[in-house]
Write a new protein. Structure first.
Length: 450
């Protein structure tokens, strides 16, 4: 037993020395911010080693040194903030796969909020989305097991599983007294992040469900395919229930729609984390008016895009306040294949706003109110007799073509269903259709002021 203990401590001390050597060039002094000197750190490590020894000698069940040390590291990193975590080699590999390919699970992004496992957003089209899981739902049990004191990675392990198997999530939802049970069948979660439609002959709708390694390429491909068939004069960019993803992709997507100005800035404790990212003049200018849709499930990278386009006056933001995740996580690979996902900086919108907790406030606040009726314009309104209703009325040739076109939607059932059931999309479409009128009114006001 003593030999094993000495071996553990020898390995741990080597690890500590290597850690000190690695972090020292980044500006850490031999005295930390609390005033504790190196010898105090070693005294604390002695206590740590005593605890390991007592557990190994006296605990009711046998525990391996690897298990104890890994759990100690997880506890230490997990105490920092909800987004920092230690990942084993296997968990690190899962993360790499998740950002590049696909994984098997139910399709939800989760975080710790007020020490409770909380859904940031369900991924559109996935089993969780179809089952009715919503942003803000608190997961209190997984397969009957309480999530109290459960880490994010442990929760992810329980939720994921082979295709076709079931997982039971017990949810506490705001406004609902009793917990709700969802039994969801796991499936392969593809990471196709971009969907496209033309709503009218000249207004496009593009949805980005998350920011992964291929998002910019998929977005450019979608725009190119639409522009080959149509002349885009307006775009609705839907970032609702987008839980975020890769910062690099959020920057590239923002850059696609901006020719100048700041996209995002980051500030961290370490000077190397401080940066200001600026837009570049694009090869193909995207000068059409834009409306970006957001809600409480729009987080992180989605908020970066919304903030960049809002502060640079490139787009109107419509919907409800976003999630409010304004921190940057860096993946730091470790020597044994494991990794640290560490919060290293906070990010700021072009105007210098930190959205941590406060989120992005839409320019036009519109609550989502889904409708199931057949009429695109909602409830049937009282009908007034008009000149055109009178028998034998005199018609004007130019009016025949335009009369009763309404929103002038393309003859596509998916498009009609989207616009009929989604009041936020419908509102955005109406605004874009009247954009030129608003612009002319604004130009007239500016001329009069001069």
């Amino acid at each position: 037993m003593m030999k094993d203990y000495k071996k553990i401590m020898f390995c741990f001390m080597i690890f500590l020395c290597c850690s000190i050597f690695i972090v020292y060039p980044y500006g850490w002094s031999k005295q930390d911010e609390s005033g504790a000197k190196t010898d105090e750190i070693y005294r604390n490590l002695e206590i740590f080693s005593e605890v390991i020894r007592q557990i190994q000698e006296n605990y009711v069940e046998k525990k391996t040194s690897k298990e104890l040390i890994q759990n100690a590291i997880k506890g230490m990193v997990g105490s920092l903030d909800p987004h920092s975590q230690y990942m084993t080699k296997e968990e690190h590999q899962e993360l790499i796969i998740e950002t590049k390919g696909s994984f098997t699970g139910v399709g939800i992004e989760i975080t710790m909020k007020d020490n409770v496992l909380t859904v940031v957003s369900p991924i559109e089209g996935t089993p969780a989305f179809k089952a009715g899981i919503k942003a803000g739902d608190r997961i209190i049990k997984i397969n009957g097991k309480s999530t109290v004191d459960m880490t994010l990675m442990d929760a992810v392990k329980l939720i994921r599983g082979p295709k076709g198997t079931k997982v039971k999530l017990t949810i506490k939802r705001e406004g609902v007294k009793e917990p709700i049970d969802f039994e969801i069948v796991r499936d392969v979660i593809p990471l196709k992040t971009v969907k496209k439609h033309m709503l009218t002959p000249n207004i496009a709708y593009i949805r980005i469900s998350s920011f992964q390694g291929n998002t910019l390429d998929d977005l450019q491909k979608a725009l190119s395919e639409l522009e080959k068939k149509f002349k885009i004069k307006g775009l609705i960019l839907d970032l609702r229930n987008n839980p975020g993803g890769l910062l690099t992709q959020a920057i590239k997507v923002s850059d696609l729609f901006l020719d100048s100005g700041i996209i995002v800035s980051t500030k961290g404790r370490n000077g190397s984390q401080n940066m200001v990212v600026k837009a570049h003049k694009g090869k193909y200018p995207q000068d059409f008016p834009m409306i970006v849709l957001v809600n409480g499930g729009s987080a992180s990278a989605a908020e970066i895009v919304a903030g960049a386009l809002q502060d640079n006056n490139r787009a109107l933001i419509l919907g409800t306040k976003t999630f409010g995740k304004g921190s940057v996580q860096t993946i730091i690979p470790l020597s044994d294949g494991s990794a640290l996902k560490l919060t290293t900086a906070r990010y700021y919108t072009p105007s210098g706003r930190s959205i941590q907790l406060s989120g992005i406030i839409p320019d036009i606040e519109v609550e989502f109110r889904p409708t199931k009726g057949k009429e695109i314009k909602g409830k049937k309104k009282r009908h007034f007799i008009r000149e055109e209703d009178l028998k034998g009325h005199i018609d004007v040739e130019s009016n025949k073509k335009n009369r009763k076109q309404g929103l002038n939607l393309l003859n596509d059932e998916k498009v009609k269903k989207l616009v009929r059931r989604d009041n936020q999309v419908r509102y955005a479409l109406q605004l874009l259709q009247n954009w030129n009128k608003f612009s002319r009114i604004n130009d007239n006001i500016l001329v009069k002021e001069k």
